[in-house]
Design a protein around this ligand. Sequence first.
Ligand code: GLP
Length: 241
Amino acid sequence: MEVVIAPGSELGRLAASAIEQLVRSQPDAVLGLATGSSPLAVYDELARRHTERGLSFARTRAFMLDEYVGLAADHPERYRNVIEKDLVSRVDFAPGAVRGPDGLADDLVAACADYEDAIAAVGGVDLQILGIGTDGHVAFNEPGSSLASRTRIKTLTRQTREDNARFFGGDVDQVPQHVLTQGLATIMSARHLVLVATGKGKAEAVHQLVEGPVSAMWPATVLQHHPHVTVLVDDAAASRL
Ligand code: GLP
């Protein structure tokens, strides 16, 4: 695990450079995309490099980590719409090249299995962008998640719903209770994991991620078993290391 402590303004550039290097050498690479505020600087930088340097994603495919269950197709906080706004609409992915778990499927269990099959069918994810929750969750793998989990339905903790209420007008009751999420083993199958964390609120989670014992109670600690992980943190997120 490589830990890089750098100013917040630099973190987005570092992650974008890893993606640019991959996509330029392997235009049909498969990216893993995260939502949340942590990757926004990365997506801003990718959009800038697309516009100013011609970085193209025309042959690149991407898979999202997770999705809320039951949010209407046009709900602004549906992760499929969030990633459209934050990245997809700003670069040149081909139509249909970016996929997410289908939180509106009639059969959610089948939708999870289909999603695993779709990732496997393209040979897996080359580079996965990750954030981390204050309780150490990655994607929506909440504390207690099996380290061997695959894409499945999860119930959000109160903590995560409170953390995400800011995206729902501050009203925790508007945050869905259920989600579909890639499992920890799904995420661990990606060839390179790039995790971005900023701010004091993430300091304990980053401490556990880097220095804690591997435990389902801090799901991100499973990354310690991955052969190629880059952890990009600012001073505040690194303050407990
Ligand atoms: C959300 C997402 C995660 C994200 C995390 C942190 O619940 N499902 O993928 O990494 O919480 O979010 P943020 O980056 O906004 O702090």
